[in-house]
Design a protein around this ligand. Structure first.
Ligand code: HEM
Ligand code: MG
Length: 339
C-alpha cells in the first residue's frame, strides 16, 4: 500500500514514438545491427544506443518504451540473448556481431559475439532473413519479404495477421527443411520462431488502430519495419503491452500435429531428413528448455566461473528464471552454487 503510493505509475498505452527526440538515422559503419527488426528499429531511432551495444536493462526499457513490449517477454528474450551472446562482466550485449565495445572477453569457451551469432538465439527459418547456411542470417532479404507480402495477400486480404503468421511460419520451416541440410529448430528456437511470427501483429501495428483491423499489419508499415528498420512516419506504439501469448501462440501453431515443424527437430542427414527432437525443450516443454539451457548450454560456455563473472552469471540466471516463473513452475537450477 505504502509502496504503491510511492511507485510512479507508468503509462502503458499508445503514444507517439516516432517523435522529435527519436529521429531515424541510418547506422554508421561501426554501428552493430542484427537479425531482429524490432531492436534494429530501436537503435536506428535512438531508443537504444545507436552503436547497437547496450545493457540488458537498456534493451528491456527500450522495448517497452518504443514498442510497448510486455515486460516478462522482454526480460525472457533479453536474458536468453545476453547469457548466450553478451559479456556478463561488463554487462554489455551487441545486437549485431562481435565488437570490442563489449569489453574484454571473459575466459573460457564463451564467444560474446552478439545476437547475430548463428545457433545461439538466432536460428533458421526466419520469416524475412535467410538461413545462416546460405551466407547471410541477419540482413533483410527482399525475396523473403516479397514472400511475406504474397502470403499476406493470399491468406490475409493484403494484411499480415495471425492466419498469415501460421501459414508463413510453416512454409518457411518447410522451405528450410527442403533446402538447408543443416536445418535446425530446437529448444528455445522452437518457441521464439512461433512468438516472432506473432510480434508483427502485436507490436508493428499502429496503436491507434482498433476494430476489425486490430492486429492486422498493412504492407507499408511492414516494409518500413522489416526492410528499413524504421518507424512509419508518426507511428504510435501498441495500445497495450504486447508480445505473443496464450491466445495468439495456439492460433499460429494450429492444431495439426502432422504438420512438419509442429514439433521441434532438425535435418539429421541432409535436406528433407527432418526428425522431431524435443531433447532441448520446445513450445510444449519450457522447463526442458530451461534445464537444457542452464545445465548444458550456459554451463558449457562458462564451465568454472569465479569472482565477478560467477556473481554476474548467477544474477542473470536469476533474472532468466524470474522471467519464466510467471507462466511456468520449473524447478530453479543453481549450476554455480547459491550466493
Ligand atoms: C527476431 C532478439 C525484441 C520483433 C529476433 C531475433 C533475435 C531477436 C536474436 C532473430 C531470431 C531469428 O529470426 O533467427 C530480440 C531480443 C529482444 C527482442 C533480445 C529484446 C526484448 C523484439 C521486439 C520486437 C521484435 C520489441 C517487435 C517490436 C522480432 C521479429 C523477429 C525477431 C518480428 C523475426 C524476424 C523474422 O523472422 O524475419 N529477435 N528481440 N523483437 N524479432 Fe526480436
Ligand atoms: Mg534467423
Amino acid at each position: 500500500e505504502a509502496m504503491s503510493k510511492l511507485t510512479p505509475r507508468v503509462y502503458q498505452g499508445a503514444k507517439l514514438v516516432d517523435d522529435k527526440d527519436h529521429p531515424f538515422r541510418a547506422p554508421g559503419p561501426n554501428d552493430q545491427r542484427g537479425p531482429c527488426p524490432g531492436l534494429n528499429t530501436l537503435a536506428n531511432h535512438g531508443y537504444l544506443p545507436r552503436d547497437g551495444v547496450a545493457t540488458p536493462s537498456q534493451i528491456i526499457s527500450a522495448s517497452m518504451a518504443g514498442f510497448n513490449m510486455d515486460i516478462q517477454a522482454a526480460k525472457l528474450a533479453t536474458y536468453i540473448g545476453h547469457l548466450l551472446d553478451g559479456n556478463p562482466v561488463t554487462d554489455l550485449l551487441s545486437i549485431g556481431g562481435k565488437t570490442s565495445r563489449t569489453g574484454p572477453d571473459p575466459k573460457g569457451p564463451s564467444k560474446v559475439s552478439g545476437l547475430r551469432t548463428h545457433g545461439t538465439f538466432e536460428g533458421d527459418a526466419s520469416m524475412t532473413r535467410g538461413d545462416d547456411f546460405f551466407g547471410d542470417n541477419f540482413n533483410p532479404n527482399r525475396k523473403l519479404f516479397d514472400q511475406l507480402k504474397e502470403f499476406s495477400k493470399r491468406y490475409g486480404g493484403g494484411y499480415y495477421n495471425l492466419t498469415v503468421a501460421r501459414e508463413l511460419r510453416y512454409h518457411r520451416i518447410k522451405q528450410s527443411i527442403d533446402t538447408n541440410p543443416t536445418f535446425e529448430l530446437m529448444g528455445h528456437r522452437h518457441f521464439t520462431a512461433f512468438s516472432e511470427a506473432v510480434f508483427p501483429t502485436s507490436m508493428f501495428v499502429d496503436g491507434r488502430v482498433s476494430g476489425p483491423l486490430a492486429a492486422h499489419l498493412d504492407m507499408k508499415p511492414a516494409e518500413s519495419f522489416f526492410m528499413n528498420m524504421r518507424y512509419p512516419r508518426g507511428f504510435f506504439r501498441a495500445s497495450k503491452p504486447g508480445s505473443a501469448d496464450a491466445e495468439s501462440i495456439p492460433v499460429v501453431l494450429g492444431n495439426d500435429p502432422t504438420r512438419v515443424g509442429f514439433q521441434a527437430g532438425r535435418n539429421v542427414r541432409g535436406v528433407k531428413t527432418f526428425v522431431a527432437d524435443g531433447s532441448q525443450g520446445s513450445l510444449f516443454s519450457i522447463c526442458t528448455f530451461y534445464e537444457f539451457f542452464v545445465g548444458k548450454r550456459i554451463k558449457g560456455i562458462y564451465p568454472n566461473p569465479t569472482g565477478v563473472l560467477r556473481r554476474n552469471l548467477n544474477m542473470n540466471l536469476q533474472f532468466l528464471f524470474d522471467s519464466l516463473s510467471d507462466q511456468t513452475n520449473c524447478t530453479q537450477m543453481f549450476p554455480y552454487g547459491r550466493d
